[in-house]
Ligand binder design. Structure first.
Ligand SMILES: C[S@@+](CC[C@H](N)C(=O)[O-])C[C@H]1O[C@@H](n2cnc3c(N)ncnc32)[C@H](O)[C@@H]1O
Length: 235
């Protein structure tokens, strides 16, 4: 495996807002009008907020198969506490710009979790149970696929081959573009060590990649996303 330490325990089921997604992925107004897959979405409020603005976004995550909406929301709220305790005791690993302090983090994430909980109960079809590296969607189903805080973040337990298969699957279901953020394993002061090998394999598979800076930093050094594109599909 990667040699990265497991700093957090079980994979967190996190709750981020549309504002946080916009910053993490550098989303433009045109991006927000695209059909979007959030994979994995966890208990983010992103899909709820996009759809309430008239947009078209779908969430997928394996947790939706394991728990019902109320249980998923309860897990998300308890994971906000778990993450909040971690960042209070490792405050030097975080930049306090997007969030002013740990209380602000808890408040923002709790609002997103509540928005998620209301939306998944009202619109369960927007929340698809699925796990990488195999998604239940046809080829080229979404204009834009977003993937945050799963790939690279948990490099302590998922190897290079898993990352490659997962990204190829995200690309398969996208029509245009996949964005992955951040490039840093959790708790690590460096980018994913296998990134050059991964990019080589993607290039060999005909995928164009670019590493782009974004105007967001929470986990220190996590200021870049990987953008993967392939030739535009024609009908
Ligand atoms: C930290 S959350 C990320 C949620 C959101 N994208 C964000 O940035 O906050 C990580 C998610 O990965 C999900 N997960 C775990 N194993 C997975 C797999 N094999 N494929 C896809 N998602 C997985 C977990 O259920 C969890 O909700």
């Amino acid at each position: 495996m990667s040699g990265e330490p497991n700093v957090i325990g079980e994979i967190l089921v996190t709750s981020r807002s549309l504002a946080e997604y916009q910053a993490m992925f550098g989303l433009s107004d045109a991006d927000l009008r695209a059909s979007i897959l959030d994979c994995p979405a966890g208990a983010a409020g992103f899909v709820a907020e996009i759809n309430s603005r008239g947009g078209d976004a779908l969430a997928c995550d394996p947790v939706y198969a394991e728990r019902d909406p109320a249980e998923t929301t309860a897990l998300a709220l308890s994971d906000i506490d778990r993450a909040n305790q971690y960042l209070r005791s490792h405050a030097d690993q975080y930049a306090w710009t997007f969030f002013t302090d740990p209380d602000h983090h808890r408040q923002s994430r709790s609002e997103a979790a509540r928005r998620f909980g209301t939306d998944i109960a009202a619109h369960p079809a927007r929340y698809i149970a699925a796990a990488l590296p195999s998604l239940p969607f046809a080829d080229a189903s979404f204009d834009l696929v977003l993937s945050s805080h799963f790939l690279f973040s948990y490099a302590d337990r998922f190897d290079l081959n898993f990352h490659l298969r997962a990204i190829l699957e995200l690309i398969r279901v996208s029509r245009r573009e996949v964005r992955i953020f951040p490039l840093t394993p959790m708790g690590a002061p460096h980018t994913y060590r296998e990134l050059p090998a991964l990019i080589d394999s993607l290039t060999n598979a005909g995928i164009t990649t670019a590493i782009k800076d974004v105007d967001y930093e929470f986990q220190r050094f996590g200021t870049q996303m990987l953008v993967c594109t392939r030739e535009v599909m024609t009908d």
